[in-house]
Design a protein around this ligand. Structure first.
Ligand code: UDP
Length: 322
């Protein structure tokens, strides 16, 4: 197989590239390095089956050329990270909507290449206050448009609508992967992600910054578990035209996470609670709980995340220690 990975120098994209190369595929990456980083692919850049273009997916001439050359597309390029979205609302909306339009248009035009669209658990919004695990067909409940966080949910939902419309109208084989909080080596805390931030804070002895009261919960999934699921979905004919949650259903509060990071690093950092409006901006809304129901993906491809939170923290610490 010759696969195109948009956003292939990013955190998830680089692990996916690595795995697909190990499976003897040819891998073409395009990444504008906005949140991606060449250092993420340093170790594979000289592989004879690897090609990388530091460019934007808005470059239609290049996309046309790359889509023509490949058999399948993993579309991971997107603006991500709550902090990044809030700080760069315009660019985020444009990349997430126009970029996906271009990928789907060319995937359809040049050979109906199977396309996996990376989506997000954020699309569920604050549904039911998250008191129960999200199933793929649950309703979405979002806040008002003056809160920029919700634009991310809308743009990714629009990506899903677009992909599904291409499937329904044009028979372009698409599959949608809704990623829950994914963690592991190469993830940076620069764009808001909590685990790399806590680990770096703990290692440097700075306060571990818990936003809000810390009782909010999340489910953390190790990146290689996610990558395995992406590849299986791409390879599965029955996945076409469907959306799937990818996540480890085991949940943990952010207070607990802070305590675990402090313990496992052996850090003397203190745990500091910071109000949301100081951490982000006035009017910021967080999701109280967010947990995936993974029945659908389990039944189809046998997805079963194997790496728990303690191991995820340990491996993230090893990465930051170098
Ligand atoms: N968070 C935190 N401290 C930080 C960064 C994030 O307490 O330094 C919280 C954040 O408010 C949220 C959770 O950790 O409740 C997960 O945040 P992240 O941005 O990693 O992902 P989200 O699930 O919000 O998309």
């Amino acid at each position: 197989m010759k696969v195109l990975i948009t956003g292939g120098a990013g955190f998830v994209g680089s692990h996916l590239s690595e795995k697909l190369l190990a499976q003897k595929n040819k891998v073409i990456v395009i990444d504008n390095l906005s949140t991606g980083d060449m250092r993420n692919i340093e170790h594979i850049k000289d592989d004879k089956n690897f090609e990388c273009y530091a460019d934007t997916i808005m470059n239609t001439k290049l996309i046309k050329k790359l889509v023509k050359k490949c058999n399948a597309i993993y579309h991971l390029a997107a603006a991500v990270g709550v902090k990044y979205i809030i700080d760069n609302p315009l660019e985020s909306i444009k990349t997430n909507v126009a970029g996906t339009e271009i990928i789907l248009e060319y995937a359809n035009k040049f050979g109906k290449k199977k396309t996996l669209i990376a989506s997000t658990s954020e699309i569920y919004g604050k549904n039911m206050d998250g008191r129960m695990a999200f199933k793929e067909d649950h309703d979405r409940i979002l806040g008002t448009t003056t809160i920029p966080r919700w634009s991310y949910s809308c743009t990714k939902a629009l990506d899903e609508f677009l992909a599904l419309a291409y499937w329904r109208e044009k028979k372009l084989p698409v599959v949608i992967a809704r990623l829950f909080n994914t963690c592991g080596p190469r993830q940076t805390g620069r764009y808001g992600m909590v685990l790399p931030r806590f680990v770096k804070q703990a290692l440097s002895g700075r306060p571990i910054t818990v936003y809000g009261d810390g009782t909010q919960t999340r489910c953390f999934t190790y990146v290689t578990d996610v990558v395995g699921a992406l590849i299986s979905l791409m390879d599965c004919k029955k996945a076409v035209g469907e959306a799937f949650n990818i996540g480890n259903p085991k949940s943990i509060s952010i207070n607990e996470l802070a305590k675990k990071v402090k313990k496992i690093t052996g850090s003397r950092s203190k745990i500091e609670h910071i109000p949301y409006e100081k951490a982000y901006e006035k009017g910021f809304e967080d999701m109280k709980h967010r947990q995936p129901d993974i029945t659908k993906i389990k039944e189809l491809i046998g997805f079963n995340p194997t790496i728990g939170i303690d191991e995820i923290i340990t491996r993230t610490i090893e990465y930051f220690k170098g």
